[in-house]
Design a protein around this ligand. Structure first.
Ligand code: HEC
Ligand code: HEC
Ligand code: HEC
Length: 475
């Protein structure tokens, strides 16, 4: 068992390291030997999260963006003349970023140019200068995008772009800080690609700006300042802390795609930029959605058993062993199921194992929502995070049946979320499992939606051609 003093000093290390991060994790590729312009470009690359898709070394990803029409792969954007963008001029980069137009072909909107459309010329110049300094890698990604007809006709994107680019509008009445926040949220960080739902052409539904969207098995929550369904109860400092560290103690956690956004991008931002984002998120219209999130009721959260048991896996071993034996003997008690399936990582009372860096799950917003979908999906499919160095959370869809998953979900929502009651049923679990998109989830899932939009664009073009033919026939 670990003495309390060690525990406390470990906590202290946690605190100091996050304090050290307070002004942005240092940028690995920024060097005093580089010019200011290049260093600024390195920062823009972080803020625009290019690495989430093109990889930390910009060679492109071998993980596809899965769409029903086929897989889309990001490309090598190192200065390699043969495999990368070594022949690009600054104007070429500007066209690719703002218009989705590479020198020889149109890009698919899996590349978020509808958001980058608003990037300033100064930022593109800096990004261009920086991308020249990245080591050239003479190697193509293993896979090439090769969609079947008609999606291989890239010029179809012109029709889609006419309707959906740019994806956002500038808001009136913002102060200077909020304007900076707007630019970061809409144009560089492209938060809306995940948090704004899509309309029938699969562009952004501007009337539901940032009010939450389903992304495969993940749900990107409402981040408008609505009190009941959004983040109205968060202070600006809460938002900054969350974007800096990927967690907000007993309130929220950045898992899956949000974990990636934090790990590749937001944790590197300067305090003033994170504050600008927070200030802007407070200024956007509050939109109330059906998926309310219960206010945190601290009095209903579990009291840690005692310091050493709560935080010491060895001390918890007996509980877990006993629960596993009960489950082995056919017990379906939600508490035993929780302890047997989840307890070894999240602890007997949900406070996690801080020394192993497993996530505490007490009080998280994802277990306090009216809709249990996000939680049930996590139990079914697991959580692949990027801010966390611990082993990933496995999915339990093969191991547990729907009734057991429903039982665990209710147990977690009431005991760790502080809800007064929870009535997730086996039918709910079946419904959620069957509506979930059965594709490997990717942060870039939004690309799928854009592709569906191409179908709509084709339909519109066909419709227009038919209308023209018909009017000709009549004439
Ligand atoms: C959400 C994922 C995503 C992000 C973020 C992203 N890209 Fe891309 N990018 C792609 C994909 C996918 C393609 C290939 C699209 C295609 O095949 O039509 C691409 C293509 C490109 C191209 C065209 C390369 C060529 O073929 O000539 C350039 C240039 C580019 N990206 C630069 C950037 C830069 C710079 C950033 C950051 C500012 C960035 N991308 C951020 C996914 C992304
Ligand atoms: C790639 C998709 C993606 C992008 C990009 C993204 N988010 Fe998220 N975001 C999510 C998902 C998914 C969650 C839910 C995470 C969880 O519950 O573990 C989330 C959660 C959040 C939350 C917590 C809300 C709550 O109620 O718990 C906030 C705040 C947030 N995001 C803000 C932002 C901001 C600001 C940006 C842009 C800087 C951004 N996100 C970009 C997908 C994304
Ligand atoms: C092998 C360890 C492990 C097991 C077993 C495990 N988890 Fe997790 N869980 C994690 C880790 C690690 C995270 C943090 C996600 C990340 O960043 O990878 C997490 C995250 C979560 C979250 C927060 C997700 C969010 O983003 O809001 C919930 C809720 C959760 N787990 C519930 C459960 C439940 C319920 C079970 C049992 C059915 C379970 N976990 C089993 C390791 C585990």
């Amino acid at each position: 068992m670990k003495p309390l003093s060690v525990m406390l000093s470990m906590l202290a290390i946690g605190i100091t390291s996050s304090a050290a991060m307070a002004d942005g994790a240092s940028l690995p590729k920024v060097s005093p030997a580089n010019s200011d312009l290049v260093n600024r470009g390195a920062y823009i690359a972080r803020a625009a999260d290019c690495m989430a898709c093109h990889g930390e070394d910009y060679t492109g990803s071998n993980t596809p963006i899965a769409t029903p029409m086929g897989d889309i792969y990001s490309t090598n954007i190192t200065p390699s003349k043969r495999y990368g963008i070594g022949n690009y001029t600054e104007a070429d980069l500007k066209n690719a970023l703002q218009k989705g137009r590479a020198p020889n072909h149109m890009l698919y909107p899996a590349m978020p140019y509808p958001s980058y459309n608003g990037m300033t010329d100064e930022d593109i110049s800096a990004l261009f200068a920086y991308l020249q300094t990245v080591p050239a890698v003479n190697q193509a990604p293993k896979h090439k995008t090769d969609l079947p007809f008609p999606f291989n006709i890239r010029s179809l994107m012109i029709g889609w772009n006419a309707i959906n680019v740019p994806s956002t509008e500038k808001r009136d009445g913002l102060n200077e800080t909020q304007q900076r926040g707007e630019y970061l949220v809409n144009n560089l960080e492209h938060c809306g690609t995940c948090h704004t739902p899509r309309n029938s052409t699969m562009g952004f539904d501007k009337s539901k700006y940032l009010s939450g969207a389903q992304l495969g098995n993940w749900h990107a929550p409402n981040i408008t300042p609505d009190e009941s369904s959004g983040i109205g109860s968060w202070s600006e400092q809460d938002i900054v802390t969350y974007l800096r560290s990927g967690e907000l103690d007993q309130r929220a956690y950045a898992g899956g795609p949000m974990g990636e956004a934090v790990a590749h991008s937001t944790r590197y931002l300067k305090n003033e930029d994170l504050s600008a984002i927070a200030s802007y998120l407070k200024a956007v219209p509050a939109i109330q959605t059906e998926d309310k999130v219960s206010a945190i009721d601290v009095s209903r959260l579990p009291t840690p058993m005692n310091e050493s048991i709560t935080h010491d896996l060895l001390a918890q071993k007996e509980y877990l062993k006993q629960a596993k034996a009960e489950v082995g003997n056919g017990s379906n008690s939600p508490e035993s199921l929780y302890l047997a399936a989840c307890g070894s990582c999240h602890g007997v009372n949900g406070y996690g194992q801080p020394d192993a860096r497993y996530a505490p799950i007490v009080g998280l917003s994802s277990i306090r929502r009216d809709k249990p979908d996000a939680l049930v999906n996590m139990i079914l499919h697991g959580v692949e995070g990027a801010t966390n160095t611990s082993p990933i959370m496995p999915g339990f869809s093969d191991e547990l049946n729907s009734e057991q998953i429903a039982g665990i979900a209710n147990y977690v929502r009431v005991n760790f979320g502080g809800l007064a009651s929870s009535d997730v049923s086996a039918d709910d679990v079946d419904r959620i499992e069957n509506t979930g998109v059965d594709k490997p989830f990717l942060i870039k899932y939004a690309g799928l939606l854009a592709i569906i939009g191409i179908i709509v664009a084709i339909a519109i073009i066909v419709f227009i051609i038919r209308a023209i033919l018909r009017s000709k026939r009549r004439a």
